[in-house]
Write a protein that binds this ligand. Structure first.
Ligand code: FAD
Ligand code: UDP
Length: 371
């Protein structure tokens, strides 16, 4: 039986933060395993034959308001500043998303755009973000018209594709991630720090795991080694329901399929991400060369097709949060609490729809708790 002091399951961002902290702050050895053939989990990127850095699991833009998180990751990477701008393809034209004052002028005649702009600013104030579902409850006829337009053209079909249900059946928080913005700021995120690791995410994670105290074993599922290994602490970033062999039933997830292709043209679209709420089966197309401003004669794009999660067939990407999944997750949390020295965290371990910022913050908080 192999004995290790600290076992980390998952070499994604969450696993890498804990491994790095334990090695650098506690000077203890850590074994990190991952069932995939690479480190970095879903933030994995690699060079395509065209020389373009490709985000294998969808477009990833790091953004945070927290100086400590920014400074922590800056220990492992330098940055290429990247302020993400997204368009949605609506009625054969590009419309800025989150829908803002500029979007009004892209889709409505000037007299109407100006009237709606004045109403929005009067009602909410310049610079305020209004979730679309909140706007839908507006009594004013003009704002109600606008709410319905945004709901129908930007959210309804996209959400149906992405989640398989209409926005009305979703947790409002999900749509509130992309609120109507009473401003002319075209940025997708509003955080102070927004960037891509200059040498890519994989290199950043590689640097985090670069320590004589850290051993990484790839192609190693936890199920395969769990009876052959003894650990004092286990940090588990895989699916919590899988750990308990689905004893209360599987937690619901949405999955994705990415279709990546090289196009023989310098640029395919006007920005890194274009959403397609109303056409096609994919939700968005990302053009990878924008992220690091890489120059090449051809380009590489990935279309993102949401699909049902089928265990063993595809990957769980997004937790589906609703009352019944919250209750089910809670039962697993109670089981987890019975296991001293075992910590569940990260996107799958914590069953959270989390950004990289949140993943890093949660892992750092966990380290503070255990150290
Ligand atoms: P993961 O990256 O999923 O890592 C978990 C790892 O554990 C995986 O490598 C997996 O193989 C491994 N594993 C699981 N079970 C086992 C097991 N039983 N045995 C061994 N290994 C196991 N965040 C942002 O901040 N900005 C963005 O722009 C952004 N875009 C995103 C786009 C998409 C399409 C998706 C899906 C997510 C996006 N995110 C974004 C979120 C970001 O991907 C996550 O915050 C981050 O990857 C979480 O890291 P993690 O380590 O918790 O999970
Ligand atoms: N959304 C939408 N249309 C858009 C963008 C977002 O309907 O053009 C909704 C959709 O339900 C999506 C949610 O808002 O799942 C959150 O969007 P975000 O871009 O944050 O999703 P992620 O990047 O996490 O997939």
């Amino acid at each position: 039986m192999e004995k290790v002091k600290n076992l980390v399951v998952g070499a994604g961002l969450s696993g890498a933060v804990i491994a790095e902290r334990i090695a650098s702050q506690l000077q203890e050895p850590v074994l990190v395993i991952d069932r995939r053939e690479h480190i970095a989990g879903n933030i994995y990127d690699s060079k395509h034959s065209s020389g373009i850095t490709v985000h294998r699991y969808g477009p990833h833009i790091f953004h945070t308001t927290q100086k400590e998180i920014w400074e922590y990751l800056s220990t492992f990477t330098s940055w290429h500043y990247f302020f993400s701008k997204v368009y949605a393809w609506v009625d054969n034209r590009y419309v800025t998303v989150p829908f803002n004052l500029n979007s009004l002028h892209q889709v409505f005649p000037q007299y109407l755009a100006c009237r709606l702009e004045t109403k929005l600013v009067d009602e909410y104030g310049y610079g305020v973000q209004v979730p679309v579902m909140k706007l839908m409850r507006q009594k004013d006829a003009d704002l109600q018209f606008l709410a319905h337009y945004v709901y129908e053209k930007i959210f309804e079909q996209y959400t149906l594709k992405q989640w398989g249900v209409s926005p009305r059946e979703m947790d409002e928080e999900v749509m509130a991630r992309v609120p109507v913005s009473v401003s002319r700021d075209d940025g997708y995120f509003r955080d102070k720090y927004q960037a891509i690791p200059a040498q890519g995410y994989t290199r950043m994670v590689e640097n985090m795991l670069h320590s004589p105290l850290i051993t990484v074993r790839l192609n190693t599922p936890f199920e395969k080694i769990k009876n052959e290994i003894q650990y004092q602490r286990l940090f588990y970033t895989g699916p919590i329901d899988e750990f308990f062999d689905y004893r209360f039933g599987p937690l619901p997830y949405r999955s994705l399929r990415f279709e990546t292709e090289q196009k023989n043209m310098e640029y395919y679209q006007p920005c890194a991400v274009v959403n397609y709420p109303n056409n096609f089966d994919f939700t968005r197309i990302c053009e990878h060369k924008y992220f690091l401003n890489e120059k090449s004669a051809s380009t590489v794009i990935s279309a993102e097709f949401p699909q049902a999660f089928k265990r063993g067939e595809n990957e769980p990407y997004y937790p589906v949060h609703n009352a019944s999944s919250a209750a089910l997750y809670e039962r697993y949390v109670q089981e987890a609490a019975k296991l001293p020295g075992v910590y569940f965290y990260g996107r799958l371990g914590g069953y959270i729809y989390c950004s990289m910022e949140q993943a890093v913050a949660a892992a750092l908080a966990l380290f503070e708790k255990i150290k």
